[in-house]
Design a protein around this ligand. Structure first.
Ligand SMILES: [Zn+2]
Length: 293
């Protein structure tokens, strides 16, 4: 394709005369527009396709708990520590009180923290698992998330099973200041213990996984998988550009870009996620001993 071809305004209306056809009516809630290709998609179809656009392959963001249905064998998930939630130890106030922000988010999401943890089986292999929730204050890592993550690692150690975590995060929880940053060291130390015992950790990155979470456990997986098109990185591109004073390459911080630069191991579409993780676990783990029948 010629470079100039990209500039063709595909949907520009050249004739601005009277339009005979009425605007297509889209009943609220039944249809959704693809954020990437603009196609109007029937929501039920999209849901059947695991919220991946069948035209362009765009992966819509889904809730952390949706990954339980995608990855974990039906009826095997058992949640732990669901009552753990963050405290406002610093009496922090930004545009509102942090304690208020937590309360509102708990009501909005029905969750007590930005991660759901537990155990379950993936293709009959028992795992300790965690699923981050971006809707919970941007999936930010506060003390509650750090504690639940660490307990999930400890559960894997205790039960001698692998750890699987699906990440989606804007980074550390600024309202918890140093308490939030300490979670980076805490989760990293727990993962070192898991690693020393030879138990695998598969880190699954979804859009977006950035900053403090990316700089700690999300990038510490023995295998790091990402969904296509996810934004992965530490600081945002604008900050980096201003700091180093150089224009950044195209696609910087996309999953495809960081794969090319060796930062992650594999990009896997959502419909292949479970089979890929199961395959990896069978390769890295002892299925004969640990398989649940
Ligand atoms: Zn699309």
């Amino acid at each position: 394709m010629e470079k100039n071809d990209k500039k063709i305004p595909w949907f520009k209306r050249y004739n601005k005369g009277p339009v005979d056809q009425p605007a297509r009516e889209i009943p609220d809630g039944l249809w959704i527009k693809c954020e990437s290709c603009g196609e109007i998609i029937y929501k039920k179809e999209l849901s059947k396709n695991l919220w991946v656009c069948s035209i362009c392959g765009h992966h819509f963001r889904i809730d952390g708990k949706d990954y339980i249905d995608i990855l974990i064998d039906e009826g095997t998930f058992q949640e732990f520590d669901s009552n753990i939630t963050s405290k406002d130890s610093l009496n922090f106030i930004d545009s509102k009180r942090y304690s208020e922000r937590i309360k509102e988010t708990v009501i909005k999401t029905g969750l007590n923290s930005a991660i759901t943890t537990g155990i379950g089986t993936i293709d009959s292999i028992q795992v300790s698992c965690g699923f981050m929730e971006f809707r919970f204050i941007g999936g930010s890592m506060g003390s509650a998330l750090g504690e639940k993550f660490t307990r999930a690692v400890e559960r894997a150690i205790e039960m001698e099973i692998p750890l699987i975590v699906v990440s989606a995060s804007g980074g550390a929880r600024m309202q918890e200041s140093i308490l939030s940053l300490m979670q980076m060291a805490k989760t990293g130390t727990a993962l070192t213990r898991l690693h020393n015992l030879g138990l695998p950790f598969v880190s699954i990155l979804t859009h977006p996984t950035t900053a403090g979470v990316m700089a700690s456990y999300a990038s510490l997986g023995d295998v790091i998988i990402s969904e296509p098109g996810a934004l992965l990185g530490f600081a945002g591109p604008r900050v980096i550009q201003q700091t180093i004073g150089t224009e950044l390459p195209e696609g910087f911080q996309s999953a495809e870009f960081v794969l090319e630069h060796g930062f992650i191991d594999k990009i896997v579409p959502r419909n292949r996620l479970k089979a890929t993780v199961a395959g990896l676990l069978r390769y890295m783990y002892e299925p004969a001993v640990k398989t649940v029948t």
